[in-house]
Design a binder for this molecule. Structure first.
Ligand SMILES: [Zn+2]
Length: 245
């Protein structure tokens, strides 16, 4: 698949996570399978980040996109009953900005959380999940330090205030895997046949292999609240965060 294409679709979201509107051509459209575009900025879901919502606009008609399906191609799922654009037609794609922007802030916020918990408590990630504006992340942490919840909230917000740059780059697999601490999950999730690895670097804090969309610097995350720390098994701690605004 590579990191710029999924099947016949050129993925615009990976090169420019700020892109919200673009022109494209419909390669396939049917109510069962969905719609395939030649160029798409719809994040298809993955790495814990849910897919985008949005619309296709054509000839004064709107097709709402409510999800995606990843197969040989990147299928966009239209809202039930919405008209489908004809194959070969040019349409304007538009990603719903509020949902995507909150997901980017939330996803980058999780990386900051992951970065401070690894740096200051040495804990690896065992799982995670996010919705726009709220998320959870599980850590392997046998002992919970005193004031853990308050301390990580303070540490995360200090990194937000530091406004660290978030840099995305694509490296050959061997080079990427040679980076120290690149695999922050307990199991290595990089597919064995992937020759290039996309790296998300919160400069000075956290470097991870990651396929998601992120804000340009940590200041864009905004204030983060640590809602709860729960024990889920002997060594497993679940940290719930949310964006304050
Ligand atoms: Zn991530």
């Amino acid at each position: 698949m590579g990191v710029t294409h999924h099947g016949r679709t050129h993925r615009l979201d990976l090169a420019d996570p700020t892109l919200r509107e673009w022109e494209c051509t419909v390669l396939h459209a049917d109510p069962e399978q969905g719609i395939v575009l030649d160029r798409s900025a719809f994040y298809p879901g993955g790495g814990g980040q849910p897919p985008d919502h949005g619309v296709l606009l054509w000839q004064g008609v709107q097709t709402r996109i409510v999800g995606t399906r990843k197969g040989d191609d990147l299928w966009l799922i239209p809202a039930e009953g919405d008209p489908l654009p004809p194959v070969g037609s040019t349409v304007t794609g538009a990603v719903e900005d509020e949902r995507r922007t909150r997901l980017m802030r939330t996803h980058s916020g999780l990386h900051v959380l992951c970065g401070v918990v690894f740096r200051d408590f040495g804990a690896l990630v065992t799982g995670g999940n996010m919705e726009p504006g709220e998320a959870r992340m599980d850590f392997n942490l046998p002992e919970v330090p005193a004031d853990f919840k308050a301390r990580i909230e303070e540490l995360v917000n200090a990194e937000v205030a530091a406004d660290r740059s978030v840099v995305v780059r694509v490296l050959p697999r061997v080079e990427a895997l040679a980076l120290p601490d690149i695999i922050r999950t307990q199991s290595n999730l990089i597919p064995p046949d992937e020759q290039e690895v996309r790296i998300v670097d919160i400069v000075g804090l956290d470097v991870q292999a990651d396929g998601g969309t992120h804000v340009a610097s940590t200041g864009h995350i905004g204030k983060v609240q640590v809602v709860k720390v729960e024990s889920k098994g002997r060594a497993n701690r679940r940290v719930r965060i949310r964006l304050v605004d």
